[in-house]
Write a protein of this length. Sequence first.
Length: 308
Amino acid sequence: MKFSNDNPLLPGLPKPLPRRMVLIFTCTGVALMVMLSAIPVYNAVLLMQDANFTFWKGRFVPGLIFGLCVSVIISYAAVMMTLFERAPPDEQNYRIAGSRTLLSIAQLFVAILGLVLVIMSYALSMQADTAYVDLMYGCPGQTTKLPAGIDRDPWMQRLAKPWSLAGSAKTSEQAYRLFEYSEVLHTIRATPACANQTSVEHCPGYKRAPPYTTFLKAMESDFKCSGFCFKPLTTAQHDATSDRGAPPTLFTKSAHVATCEHILARDMQNFAGDMSVQAFYQGISLLAIAIAMAGTRLVGVRIGQACR
């Protein structure tokens, strides 16, 4: 290694790395971490903006995924800057700039990001699965038989327990409240004074009650369905339903033919559930990369020792 005598206080020791080199090393690593975090961060933002997911499960889990991924990136930048700034202007600076230390730091943060994604994918998967079961089999007075195998699986049996036993669950309580608002609005919609209106919002007796009325309106427009666990209360309502049991729409004059609960359940499974699977496999891949980096470094050290 070539030493410099330009520093009168530390003769014979190398000069500190230029600020430009420090920024290049740090920014390159941050760019790599941003690329690795881009997909889970984007998925978390989509979930926080999705009306179906946020109504049933809120924004806590996707917000936590977003925050943890951003925190990993910021922590990586802070560690790199601190390492370069506080290292003494001696040979240690050149070791930091060498491949070993940078590889170790990158390996550590890639492993942390992978572990975060694996853990959060489990939490997201649990939310998607419980919401799916509640929506598919949790309507008040549900008579649909559960799929084969659920009665033999204690875990699925707990998730798919009858509505009368699921009243304490948050999702089931929300579903029951949504069902009540849906039934009331459809009763108003069936009155002669409201039948010809373009929207139930213009009918006597309607009162806006977020988040339930706003979600009913959103699911009609987003999923092209009508009614939530709808049960006709009068002969007129029964005659007005479609062949698939969908009542007339509340907020438009469109003729949707399907009720919303099963559509909402499948959307939860196909949207949030698929994102959890994607996060899991990305996390496993990042952990495998970190292990491979550690193995490569160990092999390099052993080869170097053998050649001496």
